[in-house]
Structure formats: structure tokens, C-alpha cells
Design a protein around this ligand. Structure first.
Ligand SMILES: [Zn+2]
Ligand SMILES: [Zn+2]
Length: 103
């Protein structure tokens, strides 16, 4: 998974923990590269219990790694808006034309 902000690819560290930060943004898991971590304007989701941004998102739940609080991910962030069926605007236009007497 690349950095959500600049798109940089994660490289495996030679040793030790990865310097990449994990977080949750708009209900989805994101990774932040070391360069973007310095910018401090990530607009990450924060834990409603302790305010920590150290969250992990999985299976429709968001878990805080600082205090362990778990909440459901907002379902509205997961629903995909459905476009209107094709032809509707043509029907509406035809109906309007009938009403206005210019069919
Ligand atoms: Zn980045
Ligand atoms: Zn917390």
C-alpha cells in the first residue's frame, strides 16, 4: 500500500520497525511515509475516547491501538452512490414537453 498523500511506495527497512505510520482516514486504512509524517496535517480520524490517531481499520470496525476502544466504521462511507437509471432525464424532458404543450 503506497503513502496515501504522495503515493510513495513502502520499502522494507533493513532492520527494526518500519518508519511508516498507519492511520485511519475517512474510515479506511492509510499509510503515511516518513516524509509526509513531518507535515502534520493529515486529517486522520481520531479515537473518540482518547483522541489518538493510532487507529486500525478492519472488517468494518475501527480499533484504537492506544486505548483499545472499538467502534463501527461509518456505513455511509462504505455505501456507493447509485446513479439514476439511464433514460430518466429523457422521460422527464418528454413529460415537461407534454405539460408545456410543445410536444
Ligand atoms: Zn508520503
Ligand atoms: Zn483511544
Amino acid at each position: 500500500m503506497p503513502c496515501y498523500r504522495c503515493g510513495a511506495r513502502q520499502t522494507d527497512p533493513v532492520r527494526g520497525a518500519s518508519p511508516w505510520q498507519r492511520g485511519v482516514r475517512n474510515e479506511s486504512q492509510v499509510l503515511i511515509c516518513p516524509d509526509c509524517q513531518r507535515l502534520h496535517d493529515h486529517d486522520l480520524d481520531a479515537c473518540s475516547t482518547c483522541g489518538s490517531a493510532a487507529l486500525i481499520c478492519r472488517l468494518g470496525e475501527v480499533e484504537c491501538r492506544s486505548c483499545g476502544a472499538v467502534r463501527m466504521a461509518r456505513s455511509d462511507a462504505l455505501t456507493v452512490s447509485v446513479p439514476p437509471p439511464p433514460g430518466l432525464s429523457a422521460e422527464v424532458e418528454a413529460a415537461l414537453n407534454r405539460v408545456l404543450g410543445r410536444a
